[in-house]
Design a protein around this ligand. Structure first.
Ligand SMILES: [Zn+2]
Length: 445
């Protein structure tokens, strides 16, 4: 029973004590076709800078997309090109173009981006493909624990996160059995620093991504020991800066990707309250672009489809954390961002006509942006979780995606399945864990 409760707590994006939300419908016409929408464009006060010129150029391009849609569609019915995206993804699992050569050290990422996109589209993975992916990821696992970017490559926390997520999406016995939990725990200890942070790989850099990757894989596979994350929450809290968001390391500029990693790691460690949540909320809501509807990654940067997840994915985490603090001002039916505007941006500006999704109009499609545009679209479509899941799907009903878990970014059902599976196994007992405890006891004395 305790295991079931832990799994369902891990899967819900906020407690189930919310009353059921009242039904609402999307306003017509589309937000981006409203009469006052042009007023949301950048006002540069006749002072041109490099960034204001760039921003205006992007807004011009996006206005073209919105205008073309207005002219061609009298009854707005936005459509997610499911079939096209499915074929693009399916092909990618078997064959990649030369353009992906530069991602040779990120091959587990390609597996994860494609598998997660397919689960969001509710496309089942044939058993033979799932098994082939398992065998490939098995070859990426290092004899010393953790996963490398490809067979025979050095282990690294980023592909370790991607491989564990991909294996949990597959969710078969074969997939779970591949993860060597004892060696994984040993590997995580080898990356842990005295101040609570983690390095990305042996000899590598420290930043907040590593704390998230470590917390994510350790919590999914039930290998968290009392000492593994000692000091980590305090170190992450130091990465929140005056802007309200989180930088890569203490003192750095706030950034969407790092902010997601920092907050999601703290949610796993149950230490969200170490951050100033109101300042974080103000920072992230200010990153949604008034004209484009999508999100920017940092202040004064351009809109980019992948931040549909890194930024919008913060709002379910913040909603839950603020709810736990008893904030009476929280909505019971909407996240605290413009869910409709984000769906319009993704559906109108980020779909490649040949399949796949992209950063912004004029850019090429790729699997990374396909994964994170779809993940963000899913966040914008579904408020809440479990019994009070509240769909707000823009366009035709077939646009509805499978929900995603805002902490792990795989299906909530897959999180429950993995957590339940690994809770049946004991946390590995390691020398490193005992040594770390002894060291701390000595330090405390
Ligand atoms: Zn991007």
């Amino acid at each position: 029973m305790a295991a079931a409760a832990a799994a369902s707590a891990a899967a819900s994006s906020f407690p189930s004590s919310f009353p059921p939300p009242s039904p609402t419908s999307w306003p017509e016409p589309l937000y981006c076709l409203g009469p006052d929408h042009a007023r949301e464009r950048l006002q540069d006060d006749a002072v041109k800078t490099v960034t204001s010129v760039e921003q205006t150029r992007v807004e011009d391009k996006i206005e073209e997309v919105f205008s073309a849609y207005r002219i061609n569609h009298h009854v707005p019915r936005l459509i997610l090109q499911r079939e096209k995206h499915f074929h693009y993804l399916k092909r990618g699992l078997r064959q990649l173009t030369d353009a992906y050569e530069c991602l040779d050290a990120s091959r587990p990422w390609l597996c994860y981006w494609i598998l997660h996109s397919l689960e969001l589209l509710d496309e089942p993975l044939p058993e033979s493909v799932a098994s082939d992916v398992c065998q490939f990821l098995d070859r990426c696992q290092s004899p010393n624990g953790g996963f490398g970017g490809g067979p025979g490559q050095q282990p690294h926390l980023a592909p370790t996160y991607a491989a564990v997520n991909a294996l949990c999406i597959i969710g078969t016995q074969e997939a779970f059995d591949i993860i060597d939990r004892e060696k994984l725990l040993r590997y995580l200890y080898s990356l842990k620093q005295q101040d609570g942070s983690f390095i990305m790989h042996i000899g590598g850099e420290v930043d907040v991504r590593s704390a998230y990757c470590a917390a994510s894989v350790a919590s999914l596979t039930n290998i968290i020991t009392p000492t593994l994350f000692e000091g980590t929450a305090e170190w992450i809290a130091r990465c929140q800066n005056w802007e309200g968001g989180i930088g890569g390391v203490p003192g750095m500029e706030a950034h969407g990707g790092y902010t997601f990693c920092g907050l999601a790691a703290l949610v796993i460690l149950k230490k969200e309250c170490s951050l100033n949540l109101k300042c974080l909320l103000q920072w992230v809501t200010s990153r949604q672009m008034r004209f484009e509807g999508g999100f920017q990654g940092r202040c004064n940067k351009l809109v980019d489809g992948c931040y549909s997840f890194w930024q919008a994915g913060l709002l379910p985490l913040l909603h839950r954390a603020l709810h736990a603090q008893g904030d009476p001002a929280l909505s019971m039916s909407r996240w605290m961002f413009h869910q409709q505007a984000l769906q319009e941006y993704i559906l109108l500006c980020c779909q490649c006509p040949a399949g796949g999704l992209l950063d912004k109009p004029g850019k090429s499609r790729d699997f990374y942006h396909t994964c994170y545009c779809l993940s963000g679209l899913s966040i914008a479509q579904h408020f809440g979780s479990g019994d009070i899941l509240r769909d707000v799907v823009l366009g035709v009903p077939e646009n509805r995606l499978h929900p995603t878990h805002p902490v792990y970014n795989i299906g909530p059902d897959k999180v429950v399945h993995a957590v339940m599976h690994f809770l049946k196994k004991p946390v590995p007992h390691l020398e490193e864990a005992a040594t770390a405890t002894a060291k701390n006891v000595t330090a405390a004395n």
